[in-house]
Design a protein around this ligand. Structure first.
Ligand SMILES: [Ca+2]
Ligand SMILES: [Ca+2]
Ligand SMILES: [Ca+2]
Ligand SMILES: [Ca+2]
Length: 383
């Protein structure tokens, strides 16, 4: 029986997915190139993702797949690649884009805490002279300093570069490519094509000039949010207009047969059945409907079942009983149980009361007798 229980627990707490961006950590933003958020201007050329499961493609291409050695086991390449050497015709807007932002535009959301200058590092696999350039931008602006990332050395292997191609120096020098981020906060890093056939594995932005990536580079700085608090009460309530909490919204009726006390840990009203005189009769708590207009609701009472006994509950509208319930037997103490009365019209100043009693089912020994359930309930839900 253990497997079905585990399975059902897993189904109860599924991992809700959401899109993750990247964050700057200690002056570093490390991004898997293949984890872009969007691609536009991809009608003539396109970035394709390659990993171990990518099937063979049918586009023009001068080199093989290079998944081996790629960070995260994946990278991106712009295809088709129709200019792989100087003899193949150079066509602006087709196999070459000297201007950034015109072709194969990718975006990466990044959250930056420290504004300033970030040096751009790319990790590429180049096999020829015409597959080794790309442009970067930020928030729709292609700063001159972030255009024309260039890879010259390191052919036929994954290679890092931070060099900008310049008229006087086509291969560029290290640390000549950067982006200036003027304000802390959310930004969009952009990447676009310069030469088709380029393969990019990873992108690193680094504030420190002395930083030099090695191997597959620093661990990616994906945004990993803190875990959120899970619902611990009213767990079966899937929708509601209002929740009236027993301990906060209801007034305990001092004139009832027995009193309630507040069981803080469970957020419940309860009867102290340790006192024998509280074992007979009903405790009661009430609330006034304070809205200005009459409304119709389904009323759902949420009680806590107990192993000691099956307490009885009554819901009253202006002292008239409109619902009678009894907790089911349970093997799990404080399991939430719901009882619903459909289609109740509440008028302004109506008084809604909840009553319950302490009972024993004689099953759980305690002292000389048996333990009592305490008529616990946590609230009334208006749906
Ligand atoms: Ca290729
Ligand atoms: Ca090319
Ligand atoms: Ca290539
Ligand atoms: Ca990668």
């Amino acid at each position: 029986m253990k497997t079905p229980l585990l399975l059902s627990l897993c189904l109860l707490t599924p991992a809700l997915s959401f899109s993750q961006g990247y964050v700057e950590q200690d002056g570093i933003i490390s991004i898997e190139a293949e984890d872009f958020a969007s691609q536009t201007k991809a009608d003539v050329r396109r970035w394709f993702k390659f990993d171990a499961r990518t099937p063979p493609h049918s586009y023009a291409d001068a080199d093989d797949v290079h998944v081996e050695g790629a960070s995260g086991g994946a990278y991106i390449e712009i295809l088709p690649d129709t200019r792989t050497n100087h003899d193949e015709k150079l066509i602006h807007g087709e196999n070459f884009s000297p201007e950034p932002g015109k072709m194969c535009v990718l975006t990466y959301p990044v959250y930056v805490s420290q504004p300033g200058r970030y040096y751009i590092w790319g990790r590429a696999f180049s096999t020829g002279p015409e597959d080794n350039g790309a442009h970067f931008g930020l928030d729709g602006i292609w700063q001159e300093s972030s255009r024309r990332l260039q890879f010259c050395a390191g052919k036929g292997q994954w290679t890092w570069s931070s060099a900008q191609r310049r008229p006087e120096n086509h291969c560029g020098d290290p640390l000549t490519l950067w982006i200036d981020i003027e304000e802390a906060g959310q930004h969009t890093l952009m990447l676009s094509m310069r030469e088709d056939g380029i393969e990019l594995d990873k992108i690193v932005l680094a504030m420190d000039e002395a930083f030099q990536p090695e191997g597959t580079g620093p661990e990616v700085t994906r945004y990993e949010p803190a875990s959120l608090p899970e619902r611990t009460r009213f767990v079966d309530i899937k929708n509601y207009s209002y929740i009236w909490h027993a301990t906060e919204d209801f007034q305990v009726d001092a004139g009832a047969e027995v009193p309630y006390y507040v069981h803080n840990q469970k957020g419940a009203l309860a009867i102290n059945a340790a006192k024998e005189e509280f074992r007979k009769g009903f405790a009661r708590a009430s609330k006034v409907f304070e809205q200005k207009r009459a409304r119709e609701f389904d009323l759902t009472l949420v009680t806590l079942a107990e192993t000691d006994g099956e307490s009885e509950y009554r819901i009253l509208l202006n002292d008239k009983v409109i619902g009678n319930f009894k907790n089911p037997e349970t093997s799990v103490d404080y399991r939430e149980v719901t009882f619903t009365i459909p289609d109740v019209t509440l008028n302004p100043q109506d008084i809604i009361s909840v009553e319950s009693n302490a009972v024993t089912n004689g099953k759980i020994p305690e002292g000389d007798g048996t333990a009592f359930a305490r008529g616990r309930w946590i609230g009334l839900v208006l749906q």
